[in-house]
Design a protein around this ligand. Structure first.
Ligand SMILES: Nc1ncnc2c1ncn2[C@@H]1O[C@H](COP(=O)(O)OP(=O)(O)OP(=O)(O)O)[C@@H](O)[C@H]1O
Ligand SMILES: [Mg+2]
Length: 246
């Protein structure tokens, strides 16, 4: 199936240098705040009373959230402005999936979530940028686990080899998405109003970044969901990259 490739807009060299510099200038003090807070939490500077520990936890949680936001925003800028090269190489799909699932084992177990995989034995190797593939899978698994119900559930990764395309689906039995909100997915900083007091971590960039990464490969990403029942995010990648196209 012929899929259109997304082309980034080019920015001048000076702008890119400015952005790289800015990223560094934002991250350096933040890493220092995180580092020193961690040291204090480890009692390197002496004992802490309950209130001090509570304040320190707040400093740490908020600075880590800020660090994630900075990383996501600069990822997005990089994707949109740089002529980002894909590092295409053949790699094993089952192995990349297994290693990605392993990153969520603890989190899933703590939340009573069963992680399942249903892999098509016909789909072994794919020609793609392995790091970007892993990043997309990570974002989708992170969402599936995060938006599972409090009582737990199941998250399933399914692969299928279609003619010249690989299909990957990540399904959850979580909180689901209202029909009206489906159009807001894949939009920058869009976090859906859950209509409840529960707050979820995140900056609303994971899906936008995933969409870019998939489209850079000439692929496609889509979502289906039933409110209160669960969601399935599916992405398609060509099995082989056509030569000469970035
Ligand atoms: N599996 C899912 N089930 C229910 N809602 C989802 C699911 N995946 C995404 N959403 C909704 O789409 C929004 C955007 O998702 P996205 O991954 O872009 O952002 P995020 O997870 O909130 O933050 P980030 O990924 O940047 O940490 C989420 O905030 C949530 O409202
Ligand atoms: Mg996310």
């Amino acid at each position: 199936m012929p899929l259109e490739k997304k082309r980034p807009v080019c920015a001048s060299k000076a702008k890119l240098e400015f952005l790289a510099n800015m990223r560094h200038k934002l991250r350096t003090p933040l890493n220092s705040i995180i580092g020193f807070s961690e040291l204090m939490k480890q009692r390197v500077a002496g004992e802490l009373n309950e209130k001090q520990e509570h304040y320190l936890d707040n400093i740490l949680a908020n600075s880590m959230q800020l660090r994630d936001l900075i990383n996501d925003v600069f990822d997005l800028i990089r994707i949109e402005t740089e002529n980002m090269e894909l590092n295409i190489e053949p790699f094993s799909v089952p192995l990349a999936i297994e290693e990605n699932i392993a990153l969520f084992k603890d989190k899933a177990a703590k939340r009573n979530i069963i992680l399942k995989k249903e892999l098509d034995p016909q789909l072994e190797l794919i020609d793609a940028d392995q790091n970007k593939f892993r990043q997309v899978l990570f974002n989708l698994l992170d969402n599936a686990v995060k938006f599972s119900k409090d009582e737990g559930g199941t998250v399933t990764i399914t692969t299928r080899k279609l003619e010249d395309t690989a299909q990957f689906s990540i399904s959850d039995t979580g909180i689901g998405i209202r029909e009206n909100d489906m159009g807001k997915l894949f939009k920058t900083f869009e976090q859906l109003d859950m209509g409840i007091t529960k707050e979820y971590d995140g900056t609303g960039l994971g899906l936008v970044i995933s969409k870019y990464l998939v489209e850079m490969h000439g692929g496609k990403i889509m979502a289906e969901s039933k409110f209160k029942e669960g969601s399935t995010f599916t992405f398609l990648l060509p099995l082989q990259q056509r030569k000469g196209i970035k």
